[in-house]
Write a protein that binds this ligand. Structure first.
Ligand SMILES: O=C(O)[C@H](O)[C@@H](O)[C@H](O)[C@H](O)COP(=O)(O)O
Length: 248
């Protein structure tokens, strides 16, 4: 794995997709050890890319290295469908990860799948505020230790899609979003909630994402991911095919 610090976040580039997932799993274990007495709060990404990571976390050596009892799992976004729907991010995480590791059920916080999307967003926000023990995000008090994000080829991340009103949201922590092309109404963390993290991680792999990575790292305003910031650091975990050409 090569590492570079750049203006738009640190780059961790792994030679292959498999080594990328191992490098990120190793990095996550290391972060859980930074504050051994505190809960470790991580917001997970949906989509297909992180599924390899979630499976890896259930296998040795990682299943023995993560402090599951003090880890708390949140979602960065979800499709507003029943949790047993094939497209539910929570359903995917439950199948691949939560059902296979000894994390206490009370430490897993799925986005609600009942009522209206607006009600579910407010309910999730209330849950986050209860965990945070406060109604206003403070610069020196992160909500998450890690926020794991994917990246769409159109530059969306979480469910922050191009041209959507949620991109202007700077007060709510969670909001509904009706993506222009992707299926289902969504619930998503907003920019302020994602920002309130010690580490924001973009996990991106595959040659098809190379252009989107380059556009976001060049701060293309048409890409919602370009507006992502972190109260702590922002790190790109990429495999070689997705890595942008070195900026000369
Ligand atoms: O709910 C989702 O689908 C994700 O939150 C979404 O933001 C995803 O990370 C990107 O669309 C990349 O998806 P892939 O990893 O499947 O390419």
């Amino acid at each position: 794995m090569t590492e570079q610090n750049t203006a738009n976040g640190a780059l961790h580039i792994s030679a292959t997709r498999d080594s990328l997932m191992h490098d990120l799993a190793d990095w996550l274990v290391k972060q859980t050890l930074q504050r051994p007495e505190a809960p470790f709060r991580i917001a997970l990404s949906g989509g297909s890319t992180p599924q390899h990571l979630y499976r890896l976390m259930t296998e040795e050596p990682y299943v023995s290295r993560f402090p599951w009892q003090r880890m708390q799992f949140f979602l960065g976004d979800d499709r507003f469908v029943p949790h047993d729907h094939a497209d539910s991010n929570y359903g995917m995480m439950r199948r691949l990860l939560f059902s296979r590791v000894p994390v206490p059920a009370e430490n897993i916080f799925p986005m609600p799948d009942k009522g209206t999307a607006e009600q579910a967003a407010k309910e999730y926000e209330a849950t986050l505020k209860q965990i945070y023990q406060g109604d206003a995000l403070q610069a020196d008090k992160p909500l998450f230790d890690v926020n794991l994000l994917g990246l769409g080829t159109d530059g969306h991340t979480a469910s922050l899609f191009p041209g959507q009103p949620v991109l202007q949201e700077r007060t709510a922590w969670v909001a509904p979003c009706v993506p222009p092309v992707a299926p289902h109404t969504r619930l998503t963390l907003t920019y302020p909630a994602i920002h309130a993290s010690r580490h924001v991680i973009f996990l991106v792999e595959g040659a098809d994402k190379k252009e989107a990575v380059a556009r976001v790292r060049a701060q293309d305003p048409a890409c919602p991911a370009s507006t992502i910031t972190s109260a702590g650091d922002l790190i790109w975990f990429l495999d070689q095919p997705a890595a942008p050409a070195p900026q000369n």
